[in-house]
Write a protein that binds this ligand. Structure first.
Ligand SMILES: Nc1ncnc2c1ncn2[C@@H]1O[C@H](COP(=O)(O)OP(=O)(O)O)[C@@H](O)[C@H]1O
Ligand SMILES: N[C@@H](CCC(=O)OP(=O)(O)O)C(=O)O
Length: 283
């Protein structure tokens, strides 16, 4: 293991943290895990207290709304999903506002669609809003605007969205917290021989193919494929990325201390035109 790469994580100043639905809810019931949420909010508040900028990309709107309305799982019909997202997003934000207020932090909400990125004026407005919120010391909490997102304008997964946000705000670190320790040579749930990968110095075709076709768990959306797309975007934008296990959110300060948690993807910054062109091709 190369400890020098990890040491550099201590100096990261602008951090985007993405939490999947599976990391926010109890696996057996699907209801919110409030004790975990408290730890998440404490960890982020402590990063703020260290003077770092933090943006949280939180999934969970559809899951929380579905449970609120008594569904066992996420509904499959678009209108039902969107209605559940409307209910769940408001509920999620209410809980985040309450928990962050306990640590004297201000939580704010930004909901995005593909248009936010692909339309020049929308992109500029969103970037200015992020910058102003961070300057004010608020914590932007981001999700896809699921209630209005139709197929043409939806990201569909928050892994890609979190990388897009990282590129937009010039984050120097993106942390994706998932239901797995990081990237393996194959899906460990299907292949017990799969080996854990500590650091990815270069994203090559072989690596990108490792997560291809992966669609994630019942609760999650994207699987490893969307996390590798996120790694491509983040790398080009100059954002190092970590995929780590969100089973225990204390992992956040352990990562920031440079300890060996998760898979670290090192960035190779390209110019802004390259990033925008890449996004236009994949979004
Ligand atoms: N090469 C791989 N390495 C690690 N996990 C993989 C790989 N390929 C597929 N997966 C699957 O991706 C899942 C994580 O994605 P997902 O269910 O979308 O989680 P989340 O909701 O936390 O983002 C893992 O539980 C694992 O089964
Ligand atoms: N925007 C959706 C989540 C989409 C998503 O990427 O979910 P996940 O795979 O759990 O991170 C929601 O809030 O329910």
């Amino acid at each position: 293991m190369n400890t020098a790469f990890r040491e550099k994580l201590k100096d990261k100043q602008r951090i985007v943290i993405k939490i999947g639905s599976s990391s926010l809810t109890h696996p057996d019931t699907g209801y919110l895990d409030l004790i975990k949420l408290e730890v998440l909010v404490r960890e982020i508040s402590d990063l703020r207290n260290q003077g770092k900028d933090v943006i949280l990309v939180s999934s969970g709107a559809i899951m929380v709304g579905s449970k609120t309305m008594g569904y066992d799982r996420k509904p499959s019909k678009m209108a039902q999903k969107q209605a559940c997202a409307a209910i769940g997003q408001a509920k999620l934000m209410m809980i985040y506002q309450k928990l962050f207020a306990e640590y004297n932090q201000v939580a704010s909400q930004i909901l995005m669609t593909k248009h936010t990125i692909l339309n020049n004026l929308n992109r500029l407005n969103a970037k200015n809003t992020f910058e102003e919120l961070l300057r004010m010391g608020a914590i932007p909490i981001v999700n896809e605007n699921d209630t209005i997102s139709t197929y043409e304008i939806e990201f569909g997964d928050n892994d890609t969205l979190s990388a897009v946000v990282s590129a937009m705000v010039g984050a120097d670190l993106l942390i994706l917290l998932s239901d797995i320790d990081g990237l393996f040579t194959d899906d460990p749930h299907k292949n017990p021989e799969a080996k854990f990968i500590d650091v990815v110095e270069e994203l090559d075709e072989h690596l990108l193919s490792m997560g291809k076709g992966s669609t994630g768990s019942n609760v999650g959306t994207g699987g490893m494929a969307t996390k590798l797309t996120a790694a491509e975007i983040a790398s080009a934008a100059g954002t190092d990325m970590i995929i780590a296990n969100g089973a225990d959110f204390h992992v956040i300060h352990k990562i920031m201390q440079g300890r060996a948690y998760g898979t670290l993807f090192l960035s190779h910054k390209k110019n802004d035109f390259y990033v925008l062109d890449f996004l236009e091709r994949i979004l």
